[in-house]
Design a protein around this ligand. Structure first.
Ligand code: DC
Length: 222
């Protein structure tokens, strides 16, 4: 069974998806980490982020892989081109670059093929922006998580500060707004709610409350 979890940046998707995967014993696939890995590699190789062909070539030739600790469905590391990019993909620099990478149709084609290979045919919680609409349109459970813009900015600011990046909250809010705009307005599989997705507004809810609700929903259909 595939549990597809989509939604905008900092809507709580990742934490909820990881918690749910661990609780159900399902695989977990963080598709945003894959776009981030290509963005980190592009920055490292000084590829022009507006050069769609160069980004497409990178995505087609450099598969993104995950490694795991025994018994944990959540990845412990993210790899691309022999590099451990686990930390590099969570920097403000990659935050700013990744939507430019994710809007290139050929990059998306390469990522979607890898995502289907990594999670298809198994019990998995897959999170991203186009999981219920494009990657796994037949997923048995589709969720779309949202939260108010203020709450999302607060959560992302906390995450960045926690990782040691000193950024102003107004800068975080602007960055999120910019990224959401690119992600929702791009031509290639924009962020959208699947017709058959259950929408959950997580504003004011704890991670535990959201995770519990999702686990109940999944148990209800399997
Ligand atoms: O979920 P995240 O913040 O790690 O996602 C990083 C970027 O990748 C974000 O700009 C949206 C994009 N993305 C996408 O276009 N499609 C996905 N399935 C997952 C992420």
């Amino acid at each position: 069974m595939i549990v597809a979890i989509d939604g905008p940046a900092a809507s709580g998707k990742s934490t909820v998806a990881k918690t749910v995967a661990r609780r159900l014993g399902y695989h977990y696939l963080d598709t945003g980490a894959m776009y981030r890995a290509i963005a980190a590699l592009a920055i490292r190789r000084e590829v022009d982020l507006h050069d769609a062909d160069a980004l497409a070539e990178l995505a087609a030739n450099e598969p993104v892989t995950f490694s795991y600790e025994a018994g944990d469905p959540v990845q412990s590391a993210v790899w691309v081109s022999g590099l451990d990019v686990t930390v590099a993909i969570r920097t403000p620099e990659v935050d700013a670059a990744v939507s430019l990478v994710a809007r290139v149709p050929e990059v998306r084609t390469a990522m979607v093929a890898q995502q289907r290979r990594l999670a298809g045919g198994d019990n998995a919680v897959v999170e991203g922006r186009d999981i219920g609409t494009v990657v796994f349109p037949d997923a048995e459970m589709k969720l779309y998580l949202t939260a108010s813009a203020e709450e999302r900015a607060r959560r992302r600011h906390y995450e960045l500060s926690d990782a040691g990046h000193a950024v102003e909250s107004s800068t975080v809010r602007e960055g999120l707004d910019r990224r959401d705009a690119v992600d929702s307005q791009r031509e290639a599989s924009p962020l959208a709610v699947a017709d058959d997705a259950i929408k959950l507004d997580t504003t004011g809810m704890s991670i535990e409350e959201v995770a519990q609700r999702v686990v109940e929903l999944v148990r209800g259909v399997r």
